[in-house]
Design a protein around this ligand. Structure first.
Ligand SMILES: Cc1cc2nc3c(=O)[nH]c(=O)nc-3n(C[C@H](O)[C@H](O)[C@H](O)COP(=O)(O)OP(=O)(O)OC[C@H]3O[C@@H](n4cnc5c(N)ncnc54)[C@H](O)[C@@H]3O)c2cc1C
Length: 406
């Protein structure tokens, strides 16, 4: 049976899908959100860290809030092979660790209150183009349902179910995916309000380990390594052994964070691809909440334009990719460069790099946003041969970054 016709149907009620629904309804579109879980945010794969800048964007113009902050962040420590090298202290919070279950539910509630419809316990199965519209086949519990829409939005997370069903995306890209293993739990003595990052061949080769505190001794502790799925549990257990032998585990997650959106097209006739489904996460850290949310906002603006012009084809929808790149591309390229630089360093080079920045930056009291250029100048002042030692790798990383965009 064909159900109601919507301007847009969005698959997935994560940050990308809920952000899209909220802003699109605000612009006069009728929107249906479809979520396969029995309740929104039932299962979350995340360390829950976000920046203050992102929180300001979410809070803009919405009076109704929920208490989704676990703790604010006032600094961070970077260690290499267990030894602290750089420590920053902020006078204002640089970000926060969320209670993502509350946060994601809040974003979905906000969209529904604005006027979006939602179906939970409902899975996207397939889609078929019908003239100027698209027919979406869903499985709601055991029942089949069909919905007709002008725009189908893929916000299904790393599985990119719509993009794959329509043949727009292939399987994962091993080179750009970030594999993670994380536990949530309690350890007496974990420092509240501080992020803890650790790198090194024995910690997480070419990746990093993290402790993201949630207050009162609770924390998300995990490891993430690009392109490597095996052995993550061994790295995490070693890390826990070193930092908190008595860690009491309340939850375990494995997850993949897909990056590399710049290698793909994020639109087609009647289709937009958002958030993790579009592989928008930060290539260095794997953080993807902010870009997922921003992609929802930008997609809603373009969908509104498409409705006004009465056509949801590529001639209008390509504007989504253009506007999104304008917003996020600069930061994405900087972190892609940083990743390329980091993974190109040998063990000895990484040690020498850490010693140099450790001596120059050591303990810093700074206010966000952190400016990489002024940090580099500080390093050069203390270590004038820094560029001589690492310039070649920097040029390599810059070339690799640019090559990916040509
Ligand atoms: C271990 C780990 C730690 C992380 N830590 C951070 C961090 O600290 N900070 C940060 O910014 N990012 C972090 N991330 C990344 C972040 O979680 C994601 O980038 C973010 O959730 C992307 O949001 P999204 O809305 O695109 O996708 P998701 O949050 O994955 O939402 C997709 C939704 O689609 C639904 N869905 C999927 N398939 C279907 C279907 N067939 N039918 C209907 N619904 C469907 C899913 O149930 C889900 O609710 C981390 C990821 C991992 C794995």
């Amino acid at each position: 049976m064909i159900k109601k016709n919507y301007d847009a149907v969005v698959i997935g009620a994560g940050p990308a899908g809920s952000s899209f629904a909220y802003y699109a309804v605000g612009k006069g579109l009728s929107v249906l959100m479809v979520e396969k879980q029995r309740e929104v945010a039932h299962t979350i794969l995340c360390a829950e860290g976000v920046s203050s800048e992102f929180l300001s964007l979410v809070r803009k113009g919405d009076g109704h809030q929920r208490d989704y902050i676990a703790t604010y962040i006032y600094g961070g420590i970077l260690t290499y092979d267990g030894k602290p090298y750089v420590e920053t202290r902020l006078t204002e919070p640089g970000g926060a660790i969320l209670e993502r279950k509350i946060f994601d539910r809040y974003l979905a509630e906000r969209a529904v209150r604005k006027g979006a419809d939602i179906l939970v316990n409902t899975r996207f199965v397939s889609a078929e183009r019908k003239g100027n519209d698209i027919e979406v086949h869903l499985k709601r519990g055991n029942n089949d349902e069909i919905v007709l829409t002008s725009l189908l939005v893929d916000a299904s997370g790393p599985t990119s179910v719509v993009a794959k069903a329509l043949g727009l995306f292939e399987e994962y890209d091993k080179d750009t995916d970030f594999y993670t293993y994380q536990v949530y739990g309690y350890c007496d003595g974990i420092k509240d309000n501080y992020l803890y990052f650790s790198i090194g061949e024995n910690i997480a080769p070419k990746g990093y380990a993290w402790i993201f505190p949630k207050g009162g001794g609770f924390a998300n502790i995990g490891v993430g390594i690009p392109g490597k799925r095996d052995g993550l549990d061994v790295y995490l257990n070693n890390f826990l052994e070193k930092h908190c032998k008595t860690f009491k585990i309340l939850g375990v997650i494995h997850g993949v964070v897909p990056t590399g959106f710049h290698k793909r097209r994020l639109y087609d006739d009647n289709v937009l691809i958002l958030g993790d489904a579009a592989r928008l996460a930060d290539p260095l850290t794997g953080g993807g909440i902010a870009n997922a949310y921003i992609s929802g906002l930008v997609a809603a603006e373009v969908a509104s334009q498409a409705k006004k012009e009465g056509k949801f084809d590529v001639s209008v929808l390509k504007g989504y990719e253009r506007r999104l790149k304008k917003w996020i591309m600069h930061d994405y390229m900087v972190t892609l460069f940083a990743k390329m630089f980091y993974v190109s360093l040998s063990r000895e080079e990484l040690q020498s790099f850490m010693e140099s920045i450790g001596e120059s930056l050591g303990h810093m009291e700074i206010n966000p946003p952190i400016n990489p250029v002024s940090m580099l100048l500080k390093v050069l002042k203390k270590d004038p041969l820094f560029l001589f030692r690492f310039g070649r790798k920097g040029i390599y990383a810059a070339k690799e970054t640019l090559r990916q965009f040509i």
